[in-house]
Design a protein around this ligand. Sequence first.
Ligand code: SF4
Ligand code: F3S
Length: 106
Amino acid sequence: TFVVTEPCIKCKYTDCVDICPVDCFYEGPNFLVINPKECIDCALCETECPVDAIMEEKNVPENQQEFIKLNAELAAIWPNINEVKAAPPDAKQWETEPDKKHLLER
Ligand code: SF4
Ligand code: F3S
């Protein structure tokens, strides 16, 4: 299973959704998640994300562990997204922000 982690918050470039063969991305106000029950581990999305927010579950670092649970939890309540859309206008300025967890909107 692949997991979307902190760098996606407020960047939300959506390049990932275009490449996913099983359309298992779900969209919140400023973050995307992967449904772990649907992901087939193809790894295609990992290199699509410009901010390297996506990684295999076993590679998720210690300080990002909460995102494993968050992807499962939010994928169950957020709507599916399978088409690329424009990133937030200020996405660029959030790319290098190290601490964005508190900014995740539900
Ligand atoms: Fe979709 Fe493949 Fe990424 Fe899983 S690893 S979310 S199936 S693109
Ligand atoms: Fe987020 Fe990267 Fe996809 S910023 S929306 S995980 S391309």
